[in-house]
Design a protein around this ligand. Structure first.
Ligand code: ASP
Length: 344
């Protein structure tokens, strides 16, 4: 029993949390939370793994060469936006009336500078447009036709709406098509200078109402970065992530309640969000990575300066510490029922 528990702990430590010392870089990515990996056909599972591996390799190479966390986050997300396996950019799911409306955001943990776009329809890489909102305007969030027009004025690559229609929607099996949320992409990183960054990009949820905006472009809901605390990217039912200000809540628990990143993430994933709502990837100011999901699966990966390079389609126990572990009580918070959630 003890032997099995120790083995469990080793697996869990490898899968979800590894602290790194200062000066070292670390990065985590996600390609969406949702149903169990077995629901995907083997070729699609393979495509997801390959896409995650490529994206993580891009981030690793930038950070290992001394690049910034912002550059790593943007490049990683661009790679997944160009890969039709994910629900972002080319592979975006469609609205109820058959169109792609894309959301994205990016945030710099050094100074809380951030940029976001919502409901863009012609932009190949919404994450780069979000970064331009941050660097080229005094605004944080541009939406709809104004955001598309801004992309044109910035001479960013534009695509015909049919670019989005050729992707996985046409190839989906019945099971995959019924997955309500799977394939949003995100990245959090810490560079060698100790700066954190986070970004998220998505096509949203399948069959969403035209004009619906999820959490991914909402700073504090789907994305947040603050050098003093952590950087977070979420994936799941965006409405819940907005209601619970998920990404900011994790940073706030660290700032105001002196919690560890792990216990803050566990709190929101187990006590605020409902089982099946989604997942998060997060990195703390010291480079500790935490990946958790309360859905059956989450496509994700982690790499760091110590040679870690791992891809997962699901994490053991959703990435959470086993409750029977001797030290679990020190870091896993006690239940705090929320009266506004009748199902608790
Ligand atoms: N959070 C995204 C949204 O609600 C969807 C997802 O992460 O799968 O738009």
């Amino acid at each position: 029993m003890i032997g099995r528990l120790s083995l469990w702990l080793v697996i869990w430590m490898t899968a979800s949390i590894v602290p790194v010392s200062s000066q070292e870089w670390a990065i985590a990515i996600h390609g969406g939370a949702g149903g169990p990996p077995e629901k995907l056909t083997p070729p699609r599972r393979q495509a997801r793994r390959a896409g995650l591996e490529t994206a993580l390799g891009i981030g690793r190479d930038i950070l290992a060469a001394g690049g910034t966390s912002m550059d790593a986050v943007e490049a990683v997300i661009r790679s997944m936006e160009d890969d039709a396996s994910f629900n972002a950019g080319r592979g975006a799911v469609l609205t109820g009336d058959g169109k792609a409306e894309l959301d994205a955001s990016i945030m710099d943990g050094r100074d809380h500078q951030c940029g976001a776009v919502a409901g863009v329809t012609t932009v190949k890489n919404p994450i780069s447009l979000a970064r331009m909102v941050m660097t080229e305007t005094k605004h944080v969030l541009l939406a709809g036709p104004g955001a598309d027009a801004f992309a044109t004025s910035m001479k960013l690559p534009l695509v015909d709406p049919s670019y989005f229609l050729s992707s996985r929607t046409a190839e989906s099996t019945g099971d995959e098509a019924s997955e309500l949320h799977l394939g949003t992409v995100g990245c959090v990183a810490r560079d060698q200078a100790g700066n954190l960054a986070a970004g998220t990009s998505t096509g949203g949820t399948t069959q969403k109402l035209p004009g619906r905006v999820g959490d991914s472009p909402i700073i504090g809901a789907g994305t947040f970065a603050d050098n003093q605390t952590c950087a977070v990217s979420g994936t799941g039912i965006g409405e819940e992530y907005i209601r619970y200000a998920v990404a900011y809540d994790i940073a706030a628990q660290i700032r105001y309640a002196d919690r560890s990143l792990e216990s803050a993430v566990t709190e929101i994933m187990t006590q605020r969000l409902k089982p099946g709502d989604g997942g998060v990837i997060a990195i703390s100011h010291d480079g500790t990575l935490v990946l958790q999901h309360n859905t059956p699966g989450m496509n994700c990966g982690a790499a760091d300066a110590r040679g870690r390079f791992e891809i997962f389609l699901e994490l053991e126990n959703g990435g959470r510490r086993p409750t029977t572990a001797p030290d679990a009580t020190a870091t896993v918070p006690t239940s705090r029922p929320d009266p506004s959630r009748p199902d608790q």
